[in-house]
Design a protein around this ligand. Structure first.
Ligand SMILES: Cc1cc2nc3c(=O)[nH]c(=O)nc-3n(C[C@H](O)[C@H](O)[C@H](O)COP(=O)(O)OP(=O)(O)OC[C@H]3O[C@@H](n4cnc5c(N)ncnc54)[C@H](O)[C@@H]3O)c2cc1C
Length: 399
């Protein structure tokens, strides 16, 4: 079989890329775009299912059909300390379930003309001498002019095509507690964010239609073996019965190494396959959608013989994501070297809370955070982060 584009992986990155490519005007609906996933849809995946407003705004359709709750605020706490509620006047995050969200995003791609095939694990991808690719699934070999790796943190495409693997700097563990009669009022419309049980991360309780999603995540080396006790502790602090946790799953969060290649010839990696998770928040759906959208124009130019490669996608990631992820990583290092004062200011400073809301709503970017303190904030960010990293490393030797 021949295809113009094969996208491997139908998470938010892959379905966004496939849809955006199929909809490019110069291709006029003529390009054959095939979207493959090893799982049968609908499928779930370890994820809190929080879609920030900044992410939802990037999509050319409403997420309304798959939204189960709308978050307007947060309950913020350091370990077992005081629980402080902060609210915003506008929505911050939509709560969904990945099995519904991802199927819905695939349907949008199909409506744009994408050919979706689930239950198709890609076993290998090879570059052919003429510059095309051969994508191997158990049933067939697909010849493609362009291949996009959107197969997540443990995917095969990046490795097969020689992209360097992202650093797996964080891990998370999450499960669901069902409330068939409805989620208790105290959890609805707000997220619970608890800091301090797990180094380099936080615990959360996210409200859904008939359950809450409860999870903990943090630095891989320091957090790994603490995740289970931390999850039990988190449940206890918020009056949730840890024995009722279902679908318990752990997963890695891949993160970019500085200057990593995300495009090579007519191949590209996007979303988690490119390690684009936001270090500070652990949010990955945003970068999945940004990178999936950003790859479309370079693919169009390549198929249209206006560009010799997808190099423009590498530039787009640099311009739209890389700097922000660098700042987020620096803030992550600083925050978790000494979380108490930062949690305190999140709880009590109107300015800090409003800044966080602006980030989540896409009204500000991470690079604006150090600028709040003038030029000195920008200049000192990297050295302060390096100091924080050293302090943390000496406290958690195993990191
Ligand atoms: C515990 C946890 C909680 C999280 N919570 C949030 C949150 O609330 N909000 C948020 O924004 N982010 C969250 N994230 C991050 C988010 O889940 C990811 O960043 C996001 O799913 C990345 O999307 P993606 O499309 O790149 O990859 P994925 O969503 O991982 O999709 C990859 C797809 O590729 C398929 N695939 C893999 N290998 C193959 C193969 N060989 N052949 C064919 N198909 C293949 C998989 O089946 C999968 O469907 C969380 C992560 C974790 C681990």
């Amino acid at each position: 079989m021949h295809a113009d584009v094969v996208v491997v992986g139908a998470g938010p990155a892959g379905s966004t890329a496939a849809r955006a490519i199929a909809a490019r005007p110069a291709l006029g609906g003529r390009a054959r775009v095939v979207l493959l996933d090893r799982a049968r849809f609908p499928r779930d995946k370890p994820c809190g299912g929080g879609v920030t407003i900044r992410t939802a705004q990037l999509l050319p359709f409403s997420l309304e059909p798959v939204i189960e709750d709308v978050v307007y605020g947060a309950r913020i706490r350091l370990r077992d300390g005081r629980d402080v509620t902060r609210d915003a006047s506008a929505p911050l995050t939509y709560m969904t379930q990945r099995r519904h969200l991802d199927r819905y995003l695939v349907e949008q791609a199909q409506a744009a003309g994408v050919e979706f095939r689930d239950g198709q694990p890609v076993r290998g991808v090879a570059r052919l001498p003429e510059g095309d690719f051969e994508v191997e699934t158990p049933g067939e070999r697909i010849r493609a002019r362009v291949v996009i790796g959107a197969d997540g943190a443990n995917g095969v495409v990046a490795g097969a095509l020689g992209f360097a693997p992202p650093a797996t700097a964080a891990v998370a563990l999450e499960g669901n507690i069902r409330f068939p009669a409805g989620v208790p009022r105290e959890f609805r419309g707000r997220v619970v964010l608890n800091f301090g049980y797990v180094p380099g991360g936080y615990g959360w309780v996210f409200p859904k239609g008939d359950h809450v999603n409860v999870g903990v995540g943090g630095w891989k080396g320091a957090a790994g073996r603490r995740l289970r006790p931390a999850l039990r502790r988190l449940c206890a602090v918020y009056g949730l019965d840890a024995e009722r946790l279902e679908d318990l799953r752990g997963h890695h969060l891949p993160m970019q190494r500085r200057g990593m290649a995300v495009a090579e010839g007519a191949a590209a990696v996007i979303g988690d396959a490119a390690g684009l998770v936001d270090p500070l928040s652990g949010e990955g759906i945003h970068a999945a959608v940004v990178s999936g959208s950003a790859v479309a124009a370079p693919v169009e130019a390549y198929l249209d013989a206006r560009a010799p490669s997808l190099a423009a996608y590498q530039d787009a990631v640099g311009a739209r994501l890389a700097n922000d992820l660098d700042v987020s990583r620096a803030l992550w290092e600083i925050f978790h070297a000494a979380p108490a004062p930062f949690v305190w200011s999140l709880q009590r400073s109107g300015r800090v809370w409003r800044r966080c809301c602006a980030l989540v709503r896409g009204e500000a970017e991470y690079r604006d955070v150090p600028r709040t303190f003038g030029p000195i904030g920008t200049w000192t960010l990297a050295p302060v982060a390096a100091l924080a990293r050293r302090r943390t490393a000496s406290r958690h030797r195993e990191r």
